[in-house]
Design a protein around this ligand. Structure first.
Ligand code: NAD
Ligand code: UGA
Length: 439
């Protein structure tokens, strides 16, 4: 079995490497020459735990290769996966499908023999039909099926998610295409991973419904956490108390600064636009989008409040800037709003992130980037934890206190315990639990 993966980003590269680990011959194509050069030289263009080893072992085994030459890669493969970006279209929030359609034209032109064309990018319902129209126009003689196979991996645990998914969704009614997809996912099939065959539109919808549901769950617990703070209830215990109900489930009930990343923000907005356009607005998801945007902006105010209502002329230490731990991805990271808000208030920012600083430097201005977590602290009026990297979970609090101007911590991920922080002499602010004065 030979497949081509078009787009070697977070999804394409991980999926390509994992398929090759399944024993499939995979050629990854990207138009970004620098990215392909780095991959050919054995360097990873992104940070994703375990990816470098997985890529190098499969390259060594001769099952995985990289190219910029789409035409050469697509001729002679059984399936071509489209894994290019579908960002928010500027101005209206619809998914920008220009990359998907451009790639579809190129594939149609290049394919020879029966080819299964698989959309792995997250695309609105009906996109598969549009891709099929492109194929009909470019290759009226062509022999192909267009399939939807949405991807559910998370950054930071992408390989584990891909290798042991909760389910695989395959949207096509073509028996021939179903057989090819069964072959590609054969090891998961043998593992008894649930594989759901649906119509193409249904598969496309499942992806948006899943992301929007998860974004709603997070937004719900964020609002409950704020209410707990006001009413002196413990938001963490409430999350546990409801999450133990099997119908609710404990996952994705961690209150924080609002969801970020390359997907929830753009996918919720795109679904809202699709629904409005079709005359069936999704009021819940619309509200989630608005509440989350406002929340990310409001996080800076929490820091200002912790600094006696002003950060003017003060230094603020920031730990963690990526949208979640174990990735270098800065897309829609809550840190972008927090840092901008604090800078507007007149603060000087010293920041550290284990893997995200190279990307962050391209999108954040005026930040003093530090070598270690402790380097951010000298003279800081407050230490703000925005991303819960493991190395921030066990800071030497004695050292932190000595380095800071005042021992004030704003923990937007609840990775410390309020009683312990108060006992260690900190003014400690978190999410969903009222602040305790230091003992
Ligand atoms: P990305 O921006 O990291 O990667 C996209 C890649 O496509 C880039 O390397 C780009 O150079 C390449 N590309 C664009 N046009 C091309 C062309 N004409 N020919 C060849 N290569 C081209 O994006 P991503 O995060 O991997 O997301 C890809 C899709 O997968 C999106 O639709 C996204 O919503 C979806 N998705 C992402 C995740 C995730 O965790 N990032 C998870 C599930 C689904
Ligand atoms: C998310 C989904 O979890 C994946 O299933 C999906 O494939 C992917 O989007 C996508 O479509 O691209 P990802 O964005 O990589 O994956 O990461 P998540 O772990 O879902 O986190 C997203 C955001 O929600 C982060 O900012 C995270 O900090 C936040 N979050 C998550 C919370 O605030 N609380 C939680 O309990 C969970």
């Amino acid at each position: 079995m030979r497949v081509a993966m078009i787009g070697a980003g977070y999804v394409g590269l991980v999926s390509g490497a994992c398929f090759s680990e399944f024993g499939v011959d995979v050629i990854c194509v990207d138009e970004d020459r620098v990215k392909i050069n780095r991959l050919q030289a054995g360097e990873m263009p992104i940070y994703e735990p375990g990816l470098e080893d997985l890529v190098s072992s499969n390259v060594d085994a001769g099952r995985l290769s990289f190219t910029t030459d789409l035409k050469a890669a697509v001729g002679g493969v059984e399936a071509v996966f489209i894994a290019v970006g579908t960002p928010s279209r500027r101005g209206d929030g619809h998914a920008d499908l220009s990359y998907v359609y451009a790639v579809a034209e190129e594939i149609a032109d290049a394919m020879n023999g029966y080819t299964v064309v698989v959309t792995k990018s997250t695309v609105p319902v009906g996109t598969g039909r549009e891709v099929e129209k492109i194929f009909r126009r470019v290759r009226p003689d062509g022999n192909y099926d267009v399939v939807s196979n949405p991807e559910f991996l998370r950054e930071g645990s992408a390989i584990e998610d891909f290798m042991r998914p909760d389910r695989v969704v395959i949207g096509t009614k073509s028996k021939r295409a179903q057989d090819v997809m069964r072959q590609v996912y054969r090891p998961l099939y043998l593992n008894e991973t649930p594989v759901l065959f649906t119509s193409r539109q249904t598969a496309e919808m499942i992806k948006y419904a899943a992301n929007s549901f998860l974004a709603t769950k997070i937004t719900f617990i964020n609002e409950i956490a704020d209410l707990c703070e006001a009413l002196e209830a413990d938001g963490q215990d409430v999350a546990k108390g409801i999450g133990l109900d099997g119908r609710i489930g404990r996952k994705f009930l961690h209150a924080g600064p609002g969801y970020g990343g390359s997907c929830f923000p753009k996918d919720t907005l795109a679904l809202v636009r699709t629904a409005q356009q079709s005359g069936h607005p999704l009021k819940i998801v619309e509200t989630v989008v608005g509440v989350n945007d406002a929340r990310k902006k409001a996080m800076a105010e929490r820091v200002v409040a912790a600094c006696d209502s002003s950060v003017k002329g003060k230094t603020i230490a920031i730990l963690g800037v990526t949208f979640k731990p174990n990735t270098d991805d800065m897309r829609e990271a809550p840190s972008l709003d927090v840092v901008a808000g604090l800078q507007q208030g007149g603060a000087t920012i010293r920041a550290y992130d284990p893997e995200g600083m190279a990307q962050a430097k391209q999108v954040m201005e005026g930040v003093k980037w530090c070598e270690t977590a402790y380097d951010t602290l000298p003279g800081a009026a407050a230490l703000v934890i925005i991303t819960e990297w493991n190395e921030f979970r066990a800071l030497d609090l004695h050292r932190v206190k000595q380095l800071m101007g005042q021992p004030v911590m704003v923990d937007l991920r609840n990775i410390y315990n309020p009683e312990e922080m108060a006992a260690a002499g900190f003014r400690y602010y978190c999410i969903g639990r009222a602040a305790l004065p230091p003992f």
